[in-house]
Design a protein around this ligand. Structure first.
Ligand code: AVI
Length: 315
């Protein structure tokens, strides 16, 4: 057993012990999982990354006109993608604050950005943005622009998504702006293909969780007894990823015994998709008023700009 995170152990043991087995999606992202996710974004079927980047590049000047220059751009997650440079080039910020729980990854991408943007004050913050963050004092008096691309908000159920939006508001303050990417509800065939790419990268990403459990938590899960499943749950407006046992299987993790019947699954991820008005409602529920909204020509993906509203005592 290599070094392990006690929170990973707790989530896996609790998640496998419940009648409907589930493990939170955040445990996908060890080094191998992060590499596989990067590979997913290159898969022809996985449209969100490409469509969002193209949309951002098309509307960057409009965004800049609404944000104005001189803001502190606060990115929730570290900007490893092509989207961050696109935004930074357009809005001419006074500082860039990427926030990520993975310190190594954060420092790497902050360093890379520093090379491309030598004039920019880059201040990485190693923290879990799910629980509220204190920003560095240097940016305290600057107007803020939060950035949360990739439809990562979709990986949360609505109640958690609203909590997160509220916590963004607490971090950034009333009057701050937030630029957020949200994947839209669309043809179920397009959605399921995006999470079942023919190259099998998404399957590897999902199955990597079992390898991780075996390596880090002393598991003996027979990985070949599982298969990747990604299905569209229309009632919940989400893609669900599962690891399905293809035969009855017994295994142990950290000395605890588990059994699964053939066809039983471990639920590993939700990726919620939103209609036009759904995304606006989500923002409003989190205390953010819509300023502007853009979608690609096919309505696949939306980018929304919102402002943190002052509390109101009347309707
Ligand atoms: C990170 N997140 C927005 C991705 C998504 O589409 O929900 C994660 C992912 N899972 C499978 N493919 C991509």
């Amino acid at each position: 057993m290599t070094d392990f995170d006690p929170a990973f152990r707790a989530d896996v043991l609790a998640g496998l012990a419940t009648p409907i087995k589930a493990i939170p999606a955040r445990w996908f992202y060890d080094l191998r999982g992060s590499e596989l996710f990067e590979a997913i974004t290159q898969a022809p079927e996985y449209y969100p990354t490409r469509v969002e980047a193209a949309l951002l590049s098309r509307v960057a000047a409009e965004i800049a006109a609404l944000t104005g220059p001189g803001r502190a751009v606060v990115e929730f997650g570290s900007g490893s993608s092509a989207k961050t440079p696109l935004l930074l080039r357009a809005v001419a910020p006074a500082a860039y604050v990427p926030i990520d729980i993975s310190g190594d990854f954060l420092r790497q991408s902050a360093h890379a950005l520093g090379t491309d943007f030598p004039w920019l004050n880059v201040i990485p913050v190693e923290a879990d943005f799910m629980v509220g963050v204190t920003l560095p004092p240097t940016v305290a008096d600057m107007p803020k622009l939060g950035f949360f691309p990739g439809s990562t908000i979709g990986n949360m159920v609505a109640a958690t998504a609203v909590d997160l939006l509220r916590s963004f508001k607490a971090t950034l303050g009333v009057g701050a702006q937030l630029l957020i990417g949200v994947d839209r509800i669309k043809d179920a065939g397009v959605l399921t293909a995006a999470y079942n790419d023919a190259g099998g990268v998404t399957a590897d990403f999902n199955m990597n969780l079992l390898h991780r459990i075996n390596a880090e938590l002393g598991g003996n899960i027979p990985v070949d007894a599982f298969r990747h499943r990604a299905i569209w749950n229309d009632r919940m407006s989400r893609i669900e990823m599962h690891l399905e046992a293809v035969r009855a299987v017994d295994f142990s993790v950290d000395g605890r015994a588990f059994a699964m019947a053939a066809g039983e699954t471990i639920h590993t991820e939700n990726s919620h998709k939103y209609g036009l008005r759904d995304a606006r409602l989500l923002l409003r529920a989190g205390g953010w008023g819509l300023l502007a909204e853009w979608t690609d020509a096919d309505g696949q993906f939306a980018i929304l700009l919102a402002e943190a509203e002052a509390p109101r005592f009347a309707p």
